[in-house]
Design a protein around this ligand. Structure first.
Ligand code: TMP
Length: 212
């Protein structure tokens, strides 16, 4: 019998919501309970495409807005063979940002619509679960200053939050909203509960295609 596949679990949210910390804690908890799990993140800055994106985010180069959007998407597509291989081998992937960040961030720019922004990611491996770490702009501000990278301003982050809210209305995606204002440990507990349920159900259903 073929081995059971891993689950594709994504964490999304605005900056300062604690995505990276929670991804790391989830992977650690899954591994400690004997479930194979690995973390991934987008953008994956180590590839040739990822390096271009990284220097754009660091404001070391300028790229036309459509172009950089397509590069973010290409950066996901280039990792798809690896993702599929790991999932088939039974490894659960915990992913820090995915196509939802792609659509939300670009469509928050003037002159872009959500529909166009979603198109290049249609058909990507569909996450079995997308947890949105919800944090109000006021609470995010209490967690300190934004960094120096592109997009790290409260005005832009508010626009991004609205786009995420539009994306979350799509019932074809298994969204779960997580209250990220709780303590790190309590957020971790919520995330772990949702993830364990998803890992069990994902074993019995094939991997889907996003937005198709
Ligand atoms: P991070 O590496 O700190 O998560 O930051 C990546 C930045 O890139 C963040 O501001 C969100 C943005 N982004 C996009 O604009 N499009 C995308 O497709 C992804 C994955 C991230």
């Amino acid at each position: 019998m073929a081995s059971k596949r891993g689950a594709l679990i994504v964490l999304e949210g605005v900056d300062k919501a604690g995505k990276t910390t929670q991804c790391q804690k989830l992977v650690q908890a899954l591994q400690q309970s004997g479930r194979p799990a690995e973390m991934m993140r987008f953008p994956e800055r180590s590839t040739t495409i990822g390096k271009l994106i990284s220097s754009y985010l660091e404001k070391k180069n300028d790229l036309e807005d459509h172009t950089v959007h397509l590069l973010f998407s290409a950066n996901r597509w280039e990792l798809v063979p690896l993702m599929k291989k790991k999932l088939e081998q039974g490894t659960t992937l915990v992913v820090d940002r995915y196509a939802f960040s792609g659509a939300a961030f670009t469509s928050a720019k003037p002159g872009f619509c959500l529909d166009w922004c979603m198109k290049p990611d249609v058909g990507l491996p569909k996450p079995d679960l997308v947890m949105f770490l919800q944090l109000s702009p006021a609470e995010a501000a209490l967690r300190g200053q934004f960094g120096e990278e592109r997009y790290e301003t409260s005005v832009f982050q508010k626009a991004v939050q609205q786009k995420f809210e539009q994306l979350m209305k799509d019932p074809s995606v298994n969204w779960q909203v997580i209250d990220a204002s709780k303590s790190v440990e309590n957020v971790h507990k919520d995330i772990t509960t949702h993830s364990l349920n998803t890992i069990n159900t994902a074993q019995t259903v094939p991997l889907g295609e996003l937005w198709k």
